[in-house]
Design a protein around this ligand. Structure first.
Ligand code: GTP
Ligand code: MG
Length: 172
């Protein structure tokens, strides 16, 4: 019999253009696209992944950062096990804006939810505006996990999802 594994909902949040869709695309297909196609509304993808001999069915909800879609987001936060909150390390403002997402997720889901703060675009070395320490400190302050990634370089994308499945396993 096939091992379908347990299903978990992950919601991806964060400003427009920080790389939410690119992180998901890199994880799913190992691809990266430099052209920007804004997510319209919410996209859904499903992926089965293995971690320490267990199968996990991850349901990925990719939200749009654009302001006009904000009203769609709360209902996706409500029934998620994991909130992946992404900023661009080359954009201070996108980092500042993660606070309101973290607060909203905590208000809605309390301590049941696993929050992962992700600083993406580490390949933009000369444009960096947010240090790794600032990211780590904020994550610690909010009781969140932390990871820096580059969807472009394929850096830390698999480890990000390993960290998530590991945390899901630990939460049971
Ligand atoms: P919305 O759907 O509008 O909320 O944006 P998003 O967060 O899904 O961003 P998306 O993944 O569409 O990426 C936006 C732009 O940033 C695209 O042009 C990507 O190619 C680029 N991008 C994404 N990740 C990286 C990265 O790690 N490094 C660099 N240099 N560019 C990236
Ligand atoms: Mg997108």
């Amino acid at each position: 019999m096939g091992d379908l594994g347990k299903g978990y909902k992950l919601v991806f949040l964060g400003d427009q253009g920080v790389g939410k869709t690119s992180i998901i695309t890199c994880f799913m297909y190992g691809k990266f696209d430099t052209s920007y196609q804004a997510t319209i509304g919410i996209d859904f993808l499903s992926k089965t992944t293995r971690y320490e001999d267990r199968t996990f069915r991850l349901q990925l909800w990719d939200t749009a950062g654009q302001e006009r879609f904000k009203s769609l987001v709360p209902s996706y936060i409500r029934d998620s096990s994991v909130a992946v909150i992404v900023y661009d390390v080359a954009s201070k403002q996108s980092f500042i804006n993660t606070s309101k997402w973290i607060e909203e997720v905590r208000a809605e889901r309390g301590s049941y939810v696993i929050i992962v703060l992700v600083g993406n675009k580490t390949d933009l070395v000369n444009k960096r505006q947010v240090s790794i320490e600032e990211g780590e400190n904020k994550a610690r302050e909010f009781g969140a996990l932390f990871m820096e990634t580059s969807a472009k370089a394929g850096f830390n994308i698999k480890p990000l999802f390993c960290k998530i499945t590991s945390a899901l396993q630990g939460n049971e």
